[in-house]
Design a protein around this ligand. Structure first.
Ligand code: NAD
Length: 266
């Protein structure tokens, strides 16, 4: 159902790799709610994923940009402002990757070159994107930026490896850049901490299928799907949440508020 929540708004959506991507659902919902969007991903993801299929179906342009490269982010923001003829209303950061996790390297034996890449791709890219938007004064007053996190950014968990550190950093960037954006530009910056979700990035986590099942039984409302996540993010892009900023917002069926051992669903 559409509520026209984003009518007249324009946004940039990063991170659409394929139909499983959380960003895929956000892009679809943004269009349903009346927004115009630009999609972006790395040249490799554009070549090997299915972003172009989505772009064709929703009639939105795709601009290639590696989010670790500030020059490419500048070109992305310039293209978006040119395409929309002015400032942007919302941006989704839906980017994460750990070479250590991909290669099955545990937290106690991290490869430090890979560790630096994990932090750059999964956290520093959020700072780079925000800094580019800030310098170019690209966001309209009342605008909204959202990134995606996971609870392992706040609590210790085996198997999430160096991504846990990246998520903690992402959440800190949300608070610190959020303060500047709120005071100087009237723009919101938040992070949504999502339930485990079976996506390409999610599949990299060891024991993911079992983990999703266990967490689903502990979460009072059950796990939140990518579609549920998109619905929530749309509200954060809308004017209905204009005073929500600098937050890590749990979107996890209540999982983060229960004591797991006493709370498994019947
Ligand atoms: N799947 C889960 O269980 C889960 C849970 C909580 C949070 N998240 C977060 O959600 C976000 C989206 O992940 P997803 O689960 O939809 O998986 P996904 O694999 O579909 O998306 C990850 C995206 O990051 C992009 N990316 C990687 N390196 C990049 C770079 N250098 N520049 C630009 N883009 C780059 C990939 O191309 C891909 O589109 C990530 O931040 C992830 O950590 C996922």
């Amino acid at each position: 159902m559409s509520y026209n929540l984003l009518k007249g708004k324009r946004g940039i959506i990063t991170g659409v790799l394929n139909e499983q991507s959380i960003a895929w659902q956000v892009a679809k919902r943004a269009i349903e709610e009346g927004a115009e969007i630009i999609l972006t991903n790395t040249p490799m993801a554009i070549r090997f994923g299915t972003i172009n299929q989505l772009a064709a179906s929703i009639n939105s342009p795709v601009v290639a940009a590696d989010a670790t490269n500030v020059d490419e982010l500048e070109q992305l923001v310039d293209s978006a402002m040119q395409h929309f003829g002015g400032q942007i209303d919302f941006v989704l950061h839906s980017i994460g990757m750990s070479p250590n996790i991909r290669k099955g390297i545990g937290y106690q034996e991290l490869n430090y070159d890979f560790y630096a890449k994990t932090l750059d791709i999964s956290a520093m890219s959020y700072h780079k994107l925000l800094q580019t938007l800030y310098k170019k004064d690209a966001l309209r007053k009342g605008g909204s930026v959202v990134a995606l996190s996971y609870i392992a950014g706040d609590r210790a968990m085996r198997g999430y490896g160096d991504m846990a550190d990246a998520k903690a950093m992402l959440q800190s960037i949300t608070r610190n850049f959020g303060l500047i954006f709120a005071q100087e530009k009237g723009v919101r910056v938040n992070t949504v901490s999502q339930s485990p979700t079976m996506t390409t990035a999610g599949q990299g986590i060891e024991g993911m299928t079992e983990m999703i099942d266990t967490i689903d039984r502990i979460s009072p409302l059950g796990n939140a799907s990518a579609e549920d996540c998109a619905d929530y993010i749309i509200t954060l892009f809308s004017d209905l949440t204009r005073k929500v900023t600098m937050q890590t917002l749990y979107h996890d069926g209540g999982y983060s508020s229960v004591l797991p051992v006493f709370s498994v669903n019947k």
